[in-house]
Design a protein around this ligand. Structure first.
Ligand SMILES: NC(=O)c1ccc[n+]([C@@H]2O[C@H](COP(=O)([O-])OP(=O)(O)OC[C@H]3O[C@@H](n4cnc5c(N)ncnc54)[C@H](OP(=O)(O)O)[C@@H]3O)[C@@H](O)[C@H]2O)c1
Length: 342
């Protein structure tokens, strides 16, 4: 299996972190960096996801795997990967875009590469880790994801665009397999976060794990709630939503609200499941923040894909991993702490 990898968006916050971690663990990989900027270094490739004519720059490089680390609304890179039988890992899709991309890929009769959707929270770690909590994952009746997001954490511009574009739109959570439309930052719930964070109000939040856990993993009840490190910001966003202020703000104004990036902070998420044995919880803290954790997840998927003989077809990232080994790989990484109550 070849190991020529192209990271599209490779100069962005997550893309450059993927590059650093991937290269440090796999000196033998050849890693190309895709960016809209003119190619300067040997392994730079000038590529704009909105201009398919620039994809010609990729064709004679024998790329085995494309990692997509920038929003590609029209799925040009997905189609290019499928047309050219190149493996593909995508960490970028919010739920509606994921469903659209899946429909596109599923409609293509012969896929001659591995197409991996890895857009769940923190590069698609939740479903895999959840499966370490239950002896019989098929018996999980309810899964809840609680996210703690610090506005002091490092975040790239593309990450912020999702919230700005989607904050005013309803999305679906699942209650006993019924699709319940909800909106961000409403329906608060008290949740006691681990790692010294303490009790917080957590609000509705749309991540692709809602879709993946219900539609793919067949868990009847799935909810996702989030809180910001700042209680004031969390409360303000809920108030804006209640008063429908997001509906009247322009996209530019919404981008200004969600576009902040700090100097770095921890990222925490907690998974709570109910199965036939009762309630169980897994809590994960990344002291190096969300970009590092997302990048590490992407690297673990890449290593699995390149070192294992998976068939050519569509995957969700967790389907590449043995859940216990995934847990161990994360727990071994500097700055990551995982706690469970099992
Ligand atoms: N699944 C998850 O858990 C998770 C977590 C975090 C982020 N993400 C996703 O990861 C992606 C990257 O986030 P980020 O924070 O790294 O954003 P970012 O810092 O803005 O990086 C994106 C990079 O892509 C490049 N770019 C922008 N438009 C482009 C285009 N039309 N064609 C080609 N390249 C383009 C830019 O570099 P140049 O100016 O050099 O072209 C930019 O540096 C986003 O889609 C975000 O939603 C997913």
């Amino acid at each position: 299996m070849g190991s020529n990898i192209l990271i599209v968006g490779g100069k962005g916050m997550v893309g450059k972190t993927i590059h650093r971690i991937l290269q440090s663990r796999n000196q033998e990989y050849t890693i190309y960096i895709g960016s809209r900027k003119e190619a300067i270094m040997e392994y730079d490739i000038m590529i704009d996801v909105n201009k398919p004519e620039t994809f010609m720059n990729v064709v004679n490089r024998n790329i085995d795997l494309i990692i997509l680390a920038v929003n590609d609304k029209e799925d040009h890179i997905l189609r290019f990967a499928i047309d050219n039988a190149i493996d593909y890992i995508d960490i970028t899709k919010p739920t509606p875009d994921l469903v659209k991309a899946l429909t596109i890929a599923a409609a293509i009769p012969n896929i001659n590469s591995r197409i991996v959707f890895s857009s769940g929270w923190m590069g698609g770690l939740v479903s895999g880790l959840m499966n370490t909590l239950s002896r019989v994952p098929e018996n999980i009746q309810e899964a809840k994801l609680y996210v703690y997001y610090s506005v002091k954490d490092l975040a790239g511009e593309s990450s912020a665009h999702f919230m700005a574009e989607n904050v005013a739109k309803p999305f679906i959570c699942y209650q006993s397999n019924r699709q319940i439309p909800v909106r961000h930052f409403l329906n608060s719930e008290d949740f006691k976060f681990s790692f010294g964070i303490g009790k917080r109000q957590a609000y509705n939040f749309d991540v692709p794990d809602l879709y993946i856990l219900n539609q793919i993993e067949k868990i009847p009840t799935v909810h996702v709630k989030m809180t910001y490190d700042s209680k004031l910001i969390t409360w303000l966003l809920g108030t804006f939503q209640k008063l429908r202020i997001f509906n009247i703000l322009s996209l530019k104004e919404r981008r200004a609200i969600f576009g902040s990036s700090g100097n770095g902070d921890q990222s925490v998420f907690e998974i709570v499941i109910k199965d036939d044995q009762g309630e169980k919880k897994l809590s994960l803290q990344s002291k190096k923040g969300q970009a590092e954790l997302t990048a590490l997840a992407t690297v673990l998927h890449t290593e699995m894909l390149l070192h294992t003989d998976f068939k050519n077809k569509i995957y969700f990232a967790h389907q590449l991993h043995d859940p216990i080994k995934l847990y161990q790989s994360l727990a071994e990484y500097e700055g990551i702490t995982i706690e469970t109550n099992i």
